[in-house]
Design a binder for this molecule. Sequence first.
Ligand code: NAD
Length: 266
Amino acid sequence: MNIGKRLEGKVAIVTGGASGIGAETARAFAAHGASVMLADVQDDLGATVVEEITGAGGTARYMQLDVADEAAWAEVVGATVEAFGALHVLGNIAGISGRDPNMVVQTSGTAGPRLEDQTLEQWNRVMEINATGVFLGTKASIPHMREAGGGSIINISSICGIVGSHANAGYHASKGAVRIFSKAAAVQYAPDKIRVNSIHPGFVDTPMTKPGHSNNEVAKARMEATPLGRFGRPEDIAMGCLYLASDEASWVTGSELVIDGGMTAN
Ligand SMILES: NC(=O)c1ccc[n+]([C@@H]2O[C@H](COP(=O)([O-])OP(=O)(O)OC[C@H]3O[C@@H](n4cnc5c(N)ncnc54)[C@H](O)[C@@H]3O)[C@@H](O)[C@H]2O)c1
């Protein structure tokens, strides 16, 4: 099989593109020939990733997007189609853990408050970004993918969308929602050749996990639960996104791709 640039001629939106898994996915998409619109709320970081991509000869732009804002989604999707001529791929990667954003070192085994201590506001914010954001992005992109003759939507869930733990119950619920939402969308839009899949990362070293992995006990417990004996790297997940975005995955929809170093096999 001749595997050259795997996304030549495709146009992609990547949310969470300013950092971690999203930034690495945007780099991989661009390296494989896609024109990429990075969308995030961290404007400076987003612009830096775009400079890096374009400096390496790739095609990318950045737009601010709060994924929970439906009107902002319409603007980003519209601007992407205007700039690059179509929309074929959406990586819904933006997300939050629900942890206090000012926390530098996680003080317990859980990233957010225990269920009884969780406020409705905290619950709603995690759901709004992690789950509603995926719905809004999918909804805004479908008409353009249909017009393009098909597309691929990649929704980042988590192992927390498959198994429970002592971690933030709101995060688990939001990622479980992403998992089953993806299957429903996959069934509904298969006739339009729009594929929808979820990816379920285990513990990956990114700014999101830094406070947890800065607590030796938390890091040790997570490492011991990972048969392959290392934390994931953003590129481990980006490679899964690249596969699902490419035509190599043209018969793959409604699937859940677990990339977790073997954690949930245990
Ligand atoms: N790192 C892990 O171990 C891990 C494991 C499983 C799943 N995930 C999921 O992977 C995805 C990426 O996380 P990461 O680890 O790269 O973390 P990260 O913090 O490096 O990246 C998340 C990005 O999402 C952006 N974001 C947050 N709220 C937003 C909003 N309202 N609108 C737009 N962008 C917003 C952030 O600014 C950030 O750039 C998340 O959905 C996360 O839940 C991560």
